[in-house]
Design a binder for this molecule. Sequence first.
Ligand SMILES: [Zn+2]
Length: 388
Amino acid sequence: MSTRAPGPGSLAGLRRANRDRVLGALADHGEVNQATLARETGLSSASVSGLVRTLVGEGAVVVRDGTANGRRGRLVSLRRTASAGVGIDLGRRHCRVVVGGADGDVLAEAVAELEDDHLPDDTLPVVDDLVRRCSEAAGVAPAELAVAGLGVPGPVEPSGERITGGTILRGWTDLPVRETLGAALGVPVFVDNDANMGVVGVDSVLGSDSGLVFVKVGSGIGAGVAVGGRVVRGVTSMAGEIGHLPVDTRLPTMCRCGRRGCLETAGSSGAVLASLGAALGRRVTMPEALELVADRDPVALAVLEDAGNVLGRALAGLGMALNPGVVALAGALPELGEPYLEPVRTGFRQAVLPAINDATAVVVSPLGARTVAVGALVAALRATAAAA
Ligand SMILES: [Zn+2]
């Protein structure tokens, strides 16, 4: 039996021509749904579907759920190689989003407060909304965003697929966060621990040739380490989990990791509020604590001094191991400036060799509260450039 069929050469030629028609239509019309693509190219819906799948696999186009001409559907667009991206700092009670470029220049920023122990189903739409608002404010179409970086408070699988156990975002453990957020935003997502993102942010301003340590002091405490622009992650991406360094095993408070004496139970913002609350005999919120410090309340200053001192001593280990040029801090406590920084520096100085202390500048991050979000933006765009 003989069947006349196009030879491999002509079939491949036809596929290439159809592929070029789809790419040409996307270049002309921007973001469109598949029905429009079929109409513009004269190809069948099935052919367009198959070609779009192939092009997504090649990384040439992106697909997201959205609205075009008043109709919801799957929207297809060319993947831009432009250097605009998104940086997302997802915390226990906040989400900060920036849109900007690879050198960390921020075109727009948006912040939302989140419920304590928030869950992905509630939070992902908020993140999506912040990204859309931010892109609009920056004058960058969502389809022009090359990548999104997400910094999360806790360890992330080395592959970046999932947040692993030990995060303070309890409801997010084991969620395939890269895939889930990528599908919602319609861009590839690069996920890392927030302190690793933060150190990239500080590196984009100060450089890390002399060794750089970034420490985020919030509900948890984590450090990111970079040397010569490279983040040191360790074999299972756990490097810098200093919140669980034992600082005093006689401390009565049980840590969420199941041990006593962790840095986090003595030096985190939660520990400061708990100490202050115990001393004053009432519940104290962070804004109240900041007000008490601003008013030079002696109890608040003493509690802050203890927390700064214990962090400084804990950082001495990293100081002695790495001999870094800069230790940059971010979070509500570091933002208080000298009343917190001074005890951190004192604790560090008392626990390292003088030659190491003299060489290390302990400072507030030059990017302040934006450090993790900007770092996530820069890290994601750097990862994209490296993969290109
Ligand atoms: Zn612990």
